[in-house]
Design a binder for this molecule. Sequence first.
Ligand code: ADP
Ligand code: GLC
Length: 481
Amino acid sequence: MKIVHATGELFPYVKTGGLADAAGSIVETLAEYGHHVAVFLPGYRTVLEHPDASAATSVMSIGVELGDEFLSGEILAIKPRPNLTVYLVRRDEYFDRRHPYGRPGRDYDDNAQRFVFFGKAVVESVIRLGLKPDVVHCHDWQAALIPLFLRIEERRRALAVAGKTVLTIHNLAFQGIFPRKTFALTGLPDELLGMDGLEYYGQINMLKGGILFADRLTTVSHTYAREILTPEFGCGLEGVLQLRSDDLVSVLNGINPHVWNPATDRHLPENYTAADRAGKKACRRALLRECGFGEDFAGPILGMICRFTEQKGIHLLPGTGDFFQGDRARLVVLGSGAPEYERVVREWAAERPEAVHVAFGLDEVRSHLIEAGCDFFLMPSIFEPCGLNQMYSQRYGTVPVVSRVGGLADTVTDVDAEPGQGTGIHFEPDDVDALRGALERAETLYRDRKTLNTVISRCMKKDFSWRTAVRAYESLYREII
Ligand code: ADP
Ligand code: GLC
C-alpha cells in the first residue's frame, strides 16, 4: 500500500513524549513490511540539526493560502531506510525554534497559524508529488485538520488525491483549541464553523474537526478507547466521540526493540538479558553513583520519567509521607514541564535529598539508565492513553507500579490479583492512600527475593513488539480502502 503519515513529532528527529516514539515505530515497521511510506513532519530546528538532515534534498517550493495571505515554504526529503521518506515542511518563521509547541507552561501565540500551515502544506505536497496514497494517517491535533483540507482540495480541483483517512488520538487532553477568528486561516467553508464542525464553546477545536471527518479513528489502548466515551476522560469531546464510536478502534502501542532492549542498549554501562541479569546490578550502581547516593544502598530504587503535567500525577508525590525519607527507598525523577509542577517536585525533593534525586530537562541517555538501574518504575497517572515507560520498564526488568487507567491497566498485570501472571502493581488513580499502599506493596515484594525474581523474569519475557500493532493498522487500512 501507499501510505502517508502526518505527525508533529517523530523519533529520532523530534520528541516531547510518546507520540514521537509511537509515530517513529509505526512508520518504520510499515516500511519494513514493504509498504511505500511517506511521513510529513514540520522542519523544526532540532530536525534540521539531526545528522540525517545533512543528506536531505530540497524537493520543491510550495505556496499555501493562509487566510488572505499566500505563504511560501519548502519541502525537504530524507530517506532513512528503504520504503520510507520523511518529508520536512520547512518555513523557518514557523518552525525554526527550540521547542515544537512553546516554552514550558506557555504555548507559542501562532500555533494555529503554524499547524494550519503544516496541514495545508501536507495536502499541497501530496498532490504535487503525485503520491496518490491509499491511506493518509494523521496523528493528534497537530495533523487533525488534514482529512478536511484533503477533501476540500479534492472538491475544489475535482481530483482524487487520497483513498481513506485515519486519525489516531494519542492524547485527548491536547486538542488544538484556538480563538474563533483563526477559523479564517483554514479556508474551510463556513458551514464547518458550526456545532457540527469545528466550533467548541465559542472557539475552534482542531481535534474535533478530525474526529468528525476522518474516515476512521484509532486510539492507543483498549481501556482508553472505552474511557474517552465518558465525561470523566472525554475532555469535553465524549459526545463527539460517541457519535463516531462505530468508527473508533483501539490499537495498543508497542516498543521499538532496536531502541529499548537491555541486551543491546548502548546507553547502558553494561548490557543484560532475562537469563543473565548481572549487568542490571552494574546499571543500578551507576545510577546510584550518578545521583550522588551511596552505591551500597540495599533498599528499593524507584524511577519516574515524564512530562511534568497534571496527567502524570506529580501532585501526589508530597502525599507519600515518609516512604521517601531516610534509608527506606530511593526515588530518581527525570522530567520537565509546567513551572508549577516543577516547583512542586523541586520543593518536595529539597526536603529529602538523602532519598530523592530530581533531574530537570529532556535526557534520552539518562532515561535509559533509569529504566535499567531501578527496581520499580512509578507512574501515578491520572489518565494515560497508553504509556510507554511501563512497557520499557518491564523489558528492562524494572517492575512497574502504576495507576489502573488506560494503557497502564492493559499492559501491567497486578501481582496480587493474578499471582501466576503478575508483572507489576496497580492502584486506584488520583488517590494518595492508594499510592502509599502500592509503595508498601512494592517494598514487601522487594524483600521477597524469590517472588521478585519470578516477576522480573516474567516482565522481561513479555512481548511488547510493534509487530502486533502494525499488523492491526495494516488490517484497518485494508478494510477501509
Ligand atoms: P507521554 O507521551 O504522555 O509523555 P509516554 O509514556 O507515552 O508518555 O511516553 C513518554 C516518552 O517520553 C518515553 O519515551 C519517555 O522515556 C520519554 N520522556 C519523557 N520525559 C523525558 C525526559 N525528561 N527525558 C527523556 N525522555 C523523556
Ligand atoms: C500520548 C499519551 C501516552 C501515549 C503516547 C503515544 O502522549 O499521553 O499515554 O503512550 O501518546 O501513543
